[in-house]
Design a protein around this ligand. Structure first.
Ligand SMILES: Nc1ncnc2c1ncn2[C@@H]1O[C@H](COP(=O)(O)OP(=O)(O)OP(=O)(O)O)[C@@H](O)[C@H]1O
Ligand SMILES: [Mg+2]
Length: 238
């Protein structure tokens, strides 16, 4: 079963083609990385998969459900961490997780799990308006994962986090992937991508220019690591 199948996806903003016929198949299980330079189309792709944006052409399916025609079925299976998500300033972290658990009809054990995932300790009872960037990211990630989505779409989950918090978030993602959640993530940190991702797609100007397992891609391109692969492919790209 594929978690995601995209076929010939185009997205225009005005006349500007931001996605140009992207086709992608993400197998269920594991962590799939979408990498590429600023403006390549990663967030646009994620927003389409999360049913927040319609493709101009082509189709995308999440576990067989069409993101346009069956959007509500898709929404029930996914969680989405946007690139720049705000928080409710007057809610505490725990209050936010409670709200999420109510919206999804979850019990108190899910709430406690959310608190644990956040790793915020006593800070979970502080107002989120007082949270640092890393704390905000962690509470939002906890909200995504506590609902046990079949697919978690995480747009730069560790962007701006310090080393310790990044390591923590990566560990949580790996743990949930082992328990069966499929992840599709973006990141500008190639070390992180190498550590986390079973497969990657490299997107450049709205087109996929490389796809596969990190090890196989670096070997076939005769480079040492993903950073070198990235630089090499960008140099070759039109
Ligand atoms: N709502 C919008 N209106 C107009 N143009 C948009 C809109 N959203 C995105 N774009 C354009 O689409 C292109 C791709 O943007 P996108 O946010 O998908 O890139 P990205 O790969 O996520 O980049 P980054 O690494 O900087 O997050 C950019 O040229 C951007 O200006
Ligand atoms: Mg982006």
């Amino acid at each position: 079963m594929y978690a995601v199948v995209a076929e010939g996806l185009w997205r225009f903003f005005s006349d500007n083609p931001v996605l140009r016929g992207v086709s992608l198949a993400v197998e269920e299980g594991g962590v799939y990385g979408l990498i590429g330079p600023n403006g390549a189309g990663k967030t646009t792709m994620f927003r389409i998969l999360a049913t927040l944006l319609r493709p101009s052409r082509g189709t995308a399916k999440v576990f067989g459900k069409d993101v346009v025609r069956e959007a509500s079925d898709v929404r029930r299976m996914i969680a989405y961490l946007p690139e720049e998500a705000g928080v409710y300033k007057n809610l505490t972290g725990r209050g936010f997780l409670k709200m999420v658990s109510r919206v999804y009809g979850l019990g108190s054990s899910a709430l406690e799990q959310g608190v644990t995932i956040s790793g915020l300790g006593e800070d979970v009872d502080r107002r989120m308006g007082e949270y640092s960037k890393g704390m905000r990211r962690r509470i939002l990630l906890a909200g995504c994962l506590m609902v046990k989505p079949r697919l978690a779409i995480l747009d730069e989950p560790t962007a701006g986090l310090d080393v310790e918090h990044s390591v923590y978030v990566r560990k949580i993602i790996s743990q949930y992937a082992e328990q069966g959640t499929t992840f599709i993530v973006s990141s500008h940190n190639m070390l992180e991508v190498d550590y986390l991702c079973d497969r990657i797609a490299l997107i450049h100007r709205g087109s996929i220019i490389a796809e596969g397992k990190p090890r196989e891609l670096t070997a076939s391109h005769n480079v040492q690591n993903l950073e070198e692969l990235f630089v090499k492919k960008m140099g070759e790209a039109p």
